[in-house]
Design a binder for this molecule. Sequence first.
Ligand code: MG
Length: 399
Amino acid sequence: MAVTQRGDDVISPIVSIEVIPVSARGPDTDTMDTSSTTVVVRLTDADGRQGIGEADAPPSTIKAFLEMQTEHTWSQTIAQMLLGMDPVETGANWEKLYLGTLYPGRRGLGIHALSAVDIAMHDLAGKQLGLPVYKLLGGARRTDLFPYCTIYPGEARPDRPLSDLIAESERQIDVALGLGFQAVKLELIYGSMCRDSDLVEIVRQAKLQLGDRASLALDFGYRWTNAGDARQTLRRLIDFDIAFAEAPLQHDDLHGHARLAAHGDIKICGAEFATTRWEIREWIEVGKVHVVQPDITRCGGFTEMRRIADLCEMHGVELIPHGWKTGILVAASSHFHATHAACSTFEFLSPAVFSTILRKELTHPEAEVKNGRLPLPQGPGLGVSLNESAVAKFLVQEV
Ligand code: MG
């Protein structure tokens, strides 16, 4: 059933799509741990080869979106549109799917769904061509990958004193340093549990612990509602040589970000929830941030991330992808980071640092971090496979 013949390679069309919601979320699961559930999209070609992707969005909504009934030309069933597509034509396919879902898609959820499909399509194309995804994206500009490790002590709850959270952060920093990470990001999502002045002290202690062994970035988790308040604290952190300050203000307050970034105290970043290059353009032109952090499983997949990276390069903005999902996203971010100069590093959810079941069990193999570096991923495709026993164990039957 070949549609195209290229040398010895036979490219065959997509014949089926599966949408697989999985959850390892128990009653005690941290409510901010977005890696405790995921939705995998698996595409199969006429020769039985398969590609996988995932979306960082509520699994039931992604399933519903991909399988919705066709209403009209701009509101079509993606699952139906995919059938017969040549997976190697990733860009053209993306455009068809985007235009076919303009009414309900375009931003937000529809693009999250498209992200999973696009990642799966790249994985499948790589399998068909016998190539790793980074080669499909233009090739490796770096062979040594440089992720940063996020330190997250768990959610701030009334039954967990601040001292416990700080102690857990310190423990995780020790683990990260033991693994050789040379860049860490500290989550400071403490809400009203602590004052701004407490945050400064927490950062001071973290710097003492890290010494010269690793750089430190900070995530404020949308702490402030105006740039003035945010700046008062950021000014006090200047001497700590902070790599970047993430999410200081509300996600949609782009003008506030611009005011904060104009002071130039510390690199300001955001846009972890943003979809498509159009939204990132607003972050760059209106928000004037130094760093944008879209996520490949949300922003539109590899196809859109390449456009975003080009946009960043043109504007001298750094691209540091967000990542808090499973091994599928880790592989995707690794391939992408290898290919684009604007993508200086990427967020790495280490299962050795933060205990997360799906991250640990859903895919294999797990690349080894050595001296804070990951090796260039090997293909074909993403180079990771689903662990079928984990899929069976965590599959959500009814969504
Ligand atoms: Mg974040």
